[in-house]
Design a protein around this ligand. Sequence first.
Ligand code: ASP
Length: 455
Amino acid sequence: MKVAKFGGSSVSTADQIKKVLNIVNSDEDRKIIIVSAPGKRHKEDVKTTDLLIRLYEKVIDDLDYISKKEEIIQRYADIIYELDMSDNLLTMIDQTLENFIATLKDKPSRLLDALLSCGENFNAQLIAEYNNSQGIPTRYVSPGEAGIQVTDLPQNAQILDQSYEALYNLRAYDEKLIVPGFFGVSRQNYIVTFPRGGSDITGAIVARGVRADLYENFTDVSGIFRANPTIVKNPEVIDEITYREMRELSYAGFGVFHDEALQPLHKDRIPVVIKNTNRPNDTGTFIRHDREINSSNIVSGISCDKGFTVLNIKKYLMNRQVGFTRKILGVLEDYNISFDHMPSGIDSISIIMRSKEIHNREEQVLNDIRDKCDVDELSVEHDLAILMIVGEGMHRIVGTANTITHALAESKINLKMMNQGASEISIMFGIDVADADKAVKSTYEYCYNGKCLKI
Ligand code: ASP
């Protein structure tokens, strides 16, 4: 059995929905389908989810929200009329939006989640009804009915383990099932959404719950590129990548697949394939537990993410002081700041975090470190970019770091920091944000355009 998830651009218009259903109906094994809300139809368009946020803002600010609501209804009306469906659904859409606004207006974060869920929820009902009308037995299943139980943290839901048992029962249906992505129901009986892009997470949870043989994630590209295609011209598509590699790449900016979606799949080793709705015959990229390694795929991908801040701390004889690092991390914990990397020397330590973590309270954090940790020197650097070279093959061969540093040196890029864990899945380089794109281009050339890496 396959679980297939279709992203926002795949279900944004009547034509796209027809394409999706051709894919779904052409394979008996594609039993459970997760859909996103209608996404952008062209570059300047606005996603339905963002329209819903605008509606929410109007309601919360006590402003006239009718035109925002109409815009949302119009998105579905465009699809419904083109598919020649009856407009009963539009009445349901209007009533549901009004009902949420009336009942949840004084609970803003609940209202936001309820409205956000509408994008996928209306689309799933529409798509199920249309497929049925084409003679294919199809059933809409709400996340509540499916058993997707989540923690009660608005916009940041996490799945509760008991959901998996309930989801297994979806195997019993004979019809094709259409489930809306992006949200679940909490024990307190509220609709709670996953973080943005969370339909991938629903797909992964359902795939694990029904023990699918394959989780197909359909989007608008034919797989995952080895580097950002807006920086490197025509990068190669990765054919196979491991869960661990994917996690590292999504962390550092590969947006094709939500990093939180890997967790449920990883556990039961359910393979994933990223495929293109517009070119369904392209092989796509497989994400699995293990992969074949050969001389051309030692490094799986290269990514570079911006927006990091680093705290540089110096302390003479730091290596002899028991508990020094703990005290510093204790300050970060007091401010609920999570950090990402911590390269260190015998008398110095650098703590790298996303700038948004420390933004607004930098001065207080620095003062607390000075007061509590008896440091010799403390400085902050902003505008750091993190270059990640990711590849399971690196632990088997000698010279990857050499090749990368060579490529960077040739492009006159100053390396501010380097970090490689014992697992050797990735090497991290801290560089100036102004060098970010140049770094991706030059390392790509070295890794894939014939300049390097022989076993
Ligand atoms: N519609 C939601 C978003 O735009 C979830 C998703 O599409 O995955 O973030």
